[in-house]
Ligand binder design. Sequence first.
Ligand code: GLY
Ligand code: MN
Ligand code: MN
Length: 462
Amino acid sequence: MFEPSVYEGRRRALVSLLAGRGAGSGLVAFTGNRESPMNYADNAYRFRQDSCFLYYFGIAEPDLAGTLDLATGRATLYANELTMDDLVWTGPRPCVDDYKALCAAYSAAPRTRYVVDLSASKEPILFVPPYRAETVLELSRALDLAPDRVAAAGSVPLIQAVVAQRELKEAREVAQIEEAVDTTIAMHRAVIAAAQPGVTEARLMAEAYRVAYAGGGMPSFPAIATTKGSVLHNHGYPGSLSAGGLFLLDAGAETAAGYAGDLTSTFPVSRTYTDRQKAIYQIVLDAGAAGASLMKPGTPFREAHLAAARTIAAGLKSLGIMHGDVDEAVAAGAHACFFPHGLGHQLGLDVHDMENLGEVWVGYDGEPKSTMFGLKSLRMAKPLKAGMVMTVEPGIYFIEGLIAAWKAEKRHASFIDYAEAGRWLDLGGVRNEEDWLVTADGARRLGGAFDKSVAAMEGYRA
Ligand code: GLY
Ligand code: MN
Ligand code: MN
């Protein structure tokens, strides 16, 4: 974690942001995460702290909570003292006073007081929508509200203030994300080096995780390590690599402090891309470059997405898979048959940063989101600001069921040559993902050298 003053400063800034939104009093409740059992209580998933708690209190230990009194600016940390059983089974750890000092809280109280104090508060309780059942239940008791009504009772001014604060990364956060991206690059290079015909997807998933854990943190999300790149979030690893095929790795590491990297590479199992693979791969690289070239403060990320979509449509047109006017095709959404997702998302303490706070605020500033196929999956459309960290991750996919369904209904038939598209199904899917920091006058790719050109990708396999 960072030094204590960082957390005190962030909480002070949050108090000011909320005062500016008319919330000059109230008690903000930050519920830390608990251990999460896999199949029985003592067999837990690896612990991951809640990112809001991590941002404002910094301590990555289970069973903590905090409150922030908006009238006084005072924070209380709720934590339990170590018991003898804890000491025996999980070893020594800081006492509550030490925890209080680590996050520069004004006071500390036993964890069991958290719900009691929230219930007794005369001031309104503000919280962000919870995503874990145990947090829902705790807030349900604290607020005397049915569990299924808790998420909707999250405070919009608090959500807006947290988004405004967390989306502008501090220099120390950018350094953390860059460290995560560097570990992520090492993951990708290790997987590329280990890949060859006959190797299993599971072996390559393990290779990626080996590097992530060795970096001191852990994977930032379940890796996609697949020969079937056309399944966008393919989280199974049942297959093995075949000569002539492609392998898609979408995997990242997070640092010990919780900051994420998120990269995707698509490379040929047999060292060199076939001509058709090369053609599609190059269009995806060009689409990423087109999107990234537009990124600067004030430009809506939707424009970067649409620039990437036009590059993809133009590229597919050059291959005879699409036809007609490129701008019209993209305006109609025809390209989404091959690029059905968004260009990217914010990146930070979460791999999809702050997604639990609601896309409407994180990506849309409260504006309505398109319901059009393709655009409805764009997580971020709003204007960029210096200090934001974004992924740029265009892709081209030949999704058999989607192509068949659109062909049957002759959807966008004036823009898509379905007979030609059908001849590309065996190519699967290609995605390239990079992580970018928006700067004062543009954007810069984060992380060390990782050349994704065709020549470089083929060279890594030599
Ligand atoms: N890892 C999922 C994504 O790239 O958004
Ligand atoms: Mn990714
Ligand atoms: Mn991503």
